[in-house]
Design a protein around this ligand. Structure first.
Ligand SMILES: NC(=O)c1ccc[n+]([C@@H]2O[C@H](COP(=O)([O-])OP(=O)(O)OC[C@H]3O[C@@H](n4cnc5c(N)ncnc54)[C@H](OP(=O)(O)O)[C@@H]3O)[C@@H](O)[C@H]2O)c1
Length: 280
């Protein structure tokens, strides 16, 4: 079993999906803690802007790339390890969220979601584990969500990918512990970002990306496997998922007002994608 906790003196941090939202706030927070942080996303300009905004004492290193491309992630990892130094912390956070309505489903919404959220994480995980295993230590945190605990309205694609990420992390932990690589799962509640701008129901206990980043940093220093916040909300979600299904569906319908909503018209999903092009 490993208790390894990454520290700026030991090497670099890598944050994927760092051009906005939680990843961006986390990269800035880690820099404040003294880490040199490699930031990755598809949008080079946003990453450069982030680099200019950061005030140290650590520094931001921009290495853009698309997590859906395994060779791109191999290239980023090789650049980190051979040009900048050992990577001791990886926070795999790059995601998309496409709300899905059961009455207006599109295959591509599922395919794109799994390509980025699940396979994209695997594309980062493989080279990260290989380098850390060779060194005998490292820390990797995979960002999932409370939507991975159980089904919620509009979460069929994103929630399914988050559930898969939780299961994947639990399964891998058994082996990675022995290899000296500490694996954690991050399950936030609602955080005010481009992702939640698309949500169509009330979002209790909504927090800022900066608060989320603080909670993640605390969790990375702890010994726990799961980093979840704000607990008043995420623990309530955990408890809800222990209930019999009849009661679970009744309570979620009531809390979201979902049952009384009209069905969406055909093409709704296309409209959502047009209104939120940054999602894809
Ligand atoms: N916001 C919430 O309420 C909430 C709640 C629970 C969990 N989460 C989780 O927190 C994480 C971040 O969410 P967020 O709300 O901060 O979202 P966000 O602001 O939309 O950020 C998503 C990031 O992922 C990057 N990304 C998307 N596709 C990519 C690709 N193919 N390759 C590389 N990077 C890609 C985006 O950058 P580019 O577009 O520049 O590539 C962006 O930096 C996600 O894992 C999400 O599931 C969020």
């Amino acid at each position: 079993m490993t208790d390894f906790v990454a520290h700026p003196e030991l090497g670099l941090a890598w944050v994927t999906g760092a051009s906005s939202g939680i990843g961006r706030a986390l990269a800035l927070r880690l820099v404040k803690d003294g880490f040199n942080v490699v930031v990755t996303s598809r949008d080079h300009q946003k990453l450069v802007k982030l680099q200019h905004e950061s005030t140290g004492p650590g520094k931001i290193i921009v290495l853009d790339g698309d997590v859906t491309d395994p060779s791109d992630m191999e290239r980023v990892l090789a650049a980190i390890e051979y040009e900048y130094g050992s990577m001791v912390l990886a926070v795999l956070n790059a995601r998309i969220h496409i709300p899905v309505h059961g009455e207006d489903m599109h295959r591509e919404d599922f395919e794109m979601t799994f390509a980025v959220n699940l396979n994209g994480t695997v594309n980062c995980l493989l080279p990260a584990v290989r380098h850390m295993k060779a060194r005998g230590h490292g820390q990797i945190a995979i960002v999932s969500s409370v939507t991975g605990y159980g089904g919620l309205p509009t979460s069929a694609a994103c929630g399914a990918s988050n559930a898969a990420l939780i299961n994947m992390a639990e399964s891998l932990k058994f082996d990675l512990d022995k290899a000296g690589v500490r694996l954690q799962i991050i399950s936030p509640g609602f955080v005010k970002t481009a992702t939640t701008a698309k949500d169509e129901f009330p979002m209790p206990a909504l927090i800022s990306p900066e608060v989320a980043a603080d909670r993640i940093v605390q969790g990375l220093k702890s010994r726990g496997f799961e980093i979840t916040f704000p607990r008043r909300f995420t623990w309530a979600m955990k408890l809800l998922n222990l209930l019999p299904y009849g009661l679970y569906f009744w309570l979620i319908n009531r809390a979201t007002g979902w049952k009384t909503r009209p069905l969406v018209t055909e093409g709704h999903a296309v409209d959502v994608r047009k209104r939120h092009p940054q999602a894809v």
